[in-house]
Design a protein around this ligand. Structure first.
Ligand SMILES: C[S@@+](CC[C@H](N)C(=O)[O-])C[C@H]1O[C@@H](n2cnc3c(N)ncnc32)[C@H](O)[C@@H]1O
Length: 581
């Protein structure tokens, strides 16, 4: 698995607590509001910010330091939901190896008209010569490193270093170019490092990364790193630790992780499992030189003096998995309400009431002998089949995820078999591992859709997409980009022309509307998706590239529906005229 996918699994999704807090300021980690430090005042020098001057910090945001989470970014004024809080090009980014030939290495765009390959290293691709020229000052150095790496690679699938190694290489070349005393280098050096408190297996991973980096840079020993300002093994360990703790997944406008990115300013945001803001790459810039544009968008209104928090991990995951991921990579125990309030029934870990009252019960754990419904208060002994379903579901999820690219059919068979078992055990659609299994099932189904698909296959994919959205909407805030993308996907599937006229639906498949009713459902779903995209990908961005695509589809559906309504109107008019004759 690439560093990009690992990172994105941890950070791409954020969520909403089941009990919505009306007091947003509760999300801050200290009882007193931390004092502001003045990051843009070069005379300020506290031990916590090292006098770092942050480039591109907007007027309505300031850096403050809290005892629990260190530096963070705070709102000075009210920030409305859907506002772009920060927009910048990351200091460094690298595409994951599998996306190098489908995305431009300068602006990260995909191209329908074909990309141009660097003729020397034959590894990176560009939209055109402008993009190539823009990237040349760094690629010049990267190009020979890539060529040497490929020559000494033991096999073809190891002929390109990982995105993490390439991104670290770019950071070091750029630091050298900018000068070690430049503000660019100081911002990188001021990223938080946890090298003194890492768990042994993290140290081991970091050591592998360090060795690969030394090899990639063409150095014979770590001692040669002094030309990059790295003077000791401790400096190298710090560099790697800073990188791991502060990188973000580079994502496509529809949230596919395609690489890694580093921005020291955006790395100042602290974490919450119910964040007020998200980090996205909406592709909103008209000028490709500014892309990839990394943006922080408010998911809800953020009050003045409230800390702006983003999420580092997939917040659709249950608490124990979130906490383990945060501890391992970021070295802290999350204190957010979702992690600490035991009175919350978390839909991520819930099953339907076995007495069918429509209420939810906390999913039982290995230790619990009984479980109770929060609605009707029924207390029920935990049947072993629920525990078995939870365990088997977890194993199936791990297996299907690991083979999805190598054995599509087997992965699909696994998800097809396990989902009904979890549903009949009473898991709600947002409960782990049912929700990620439905998400995986949907993407496996989508990859098997073709122009000559059958009506049944299309209908089944629509039903899975609807279930997926339903599960996400129980845990993610309205307008969350993950939820918005899922709804757009559902709307697009509904808008696909039905492959053949529907006679009667097979009895084992629930009813789905057809013809004009389906068109109307598609229209309404896409209008709703556009509303969500405008929040999650920014109002000023028109919902990003995906929001603009959906707007075009909505307009054409409106025309189709108009033609249809006009057709009915004309037919009625003809009938009326005929009966009058
Ligand atoms: C990406 S950095 C965020 C900026 C960091 N606070 C700083 O001073 O540079 C991530 C680190 O911030 C700290 N952090 C972030 N969110 C936190 C939270 N909710 N509680 C405690 N520490 C947190 C952890 O040390 C984590 O490894």
């Amino acid at each position: 698995m690439s560093f990009a996918s690992l990172k994105s699994q941890r950070q791409s999704k954020a969520s909403r607590s089941y009990v919505t807090s009306t007091d947003n300021s509760k999300e801050s980690h200290s009882t007193t509001i931390p004092k502001a430090i003045h990051p843009n005042d070069p005379t300020t020098s506290t031990p916590s910010n090292g006098g770092t001057v942050y480039h591109g910090i907007p007027e309505n945001v300031e850096v403050r330091v809290s005892e629990i989470s260190g530096r963070g970014l705070w709102a000075r004024n009210l920030i409305k939901a859907g506002s772009v809080i920060i927009s910048l090009r990351p200091y460094s980014f690298a595409l994951a190896s599998r996306y190098l030939d489908s995305h431009c290495s300068s602006c990260a765009a995909t191209s329908n008209s074909g990309l141009l390959r660097c003729t020397k290293c034959r590894t990176v691709w560009y939209c055109n010569t402008t993009c190539q020229t823009n990237d040349w000052s760094l690629h010049r150095l990267e190009c020979s490193a890539l060529t040497k790496w490929a020559k000494s690679a033991p096999s073809k699938n190891l002929s390109v270093p990982s995105d993490a190694v390439r991104c670290l290489g770019r950071i070091l070349w750029q630091k050298k170019k900018e000068g070690f005393d430049s503000s660019w280098s100081k911002e990188i050096d001021a990223l938080q490092s946890h090298r003194h408190s890492l768990e042994p297996h993290v140290v081991e991973n970091n050591t592998h990364l360090a060795h690969s980096l030394v090899r990639y840079l063409g150095l014979s020993s770590p001692g040669d790193l002094s030309e990059f300002g790295i003077l000791s093994a401790g400096d190298l360990a710090d560099l790697i630790s800073r990188f791991v703790t502060n990188t973000f997944a580079l994502t496509s406008p529809s949230l596919t992780p395609v690489g890694v990115s580093v921005s020291p300013l955006i790395a100042l945001f602290n974490h919450s499992c119910d964040p007020g803001a998200v980090i996205v790459f909406p592709r909103s810039s008209r000028n490709s030189v500014e892309e990839p544009q990394m943006q922080v968008i408010a998911l809800r209104d953020i009050s003045p003096n409230e800390e702006i928090l983003t999420s580092y991990i997939d917040t659709t995951l249950p608490r124990s998995i979130r906490q383990a991921a945060l501890k391992e990579t970021y070295d802290f125990t999350c204190q957010c309400q979702l992690c600490h309030d035991d009175n919350i029934i978390d839909p991520r870990e819930s099953i339907w009431c076995p007495k069918s009252c429509g209420g939810m019960c906390p999913a039982p754990s290995d230790e619990s002998e009984t479980y109770h419904c929060v609605k009707c208060r029924a207390v029920v002994a935990t049947p072993t089949f629920i525990m078995d379903a939870l365990h088997i579901g977890q194993e199936a999820l791990a297996k299907a995820t690991s083979i999805q690219d190598t054995d599509h059919d087997k992965a699909l068979q696994l998800t097809t078999n396990i989902i009904p078992r979890l549903v009949s055990a009473g898991l709600t659609p947002s409960c782990h591992p049912l929700l990620p299994l439905i998400g995986l099932h949907q993407s496996l189904f989508l990859s098997s859709l073709s122009a000559d698909m059958t009506q049944e296959l299309l209908d089944e994919t629509i039903r899975i997409a609807a279930k997926h959205y339903m599960g996400l909407s129980a845990i993610l805030r309205d307008g969350h980009p993950v939820r918005a993308v899922a709804l757009a996907e559902l709307g697009k599937l509904l808008a696909v022309d039905e492959p053949c006229p529907v006679t009667s639906p097979p009895s084992n498949i629930a009813f789905l509307p057809s013809g004009p009713a389906r068109l109307k459902a598609a229209y309404e779903t896409l209008v709703r998706a556009r509303h969500e995209l405008m929040i999650g990908f920014g109002r000023n961005n028109d919902g990003g590239e995906l929001g603009r695509n959906i707007r075009e589809t909505v307009v054409s559906l409106e025309k189709e529906l108009g033609v249809w309504t006009q057709g009915i109107h004309n037919t009625l008019q003809d009938l009326l005229n005929f009966s009058r004759k």
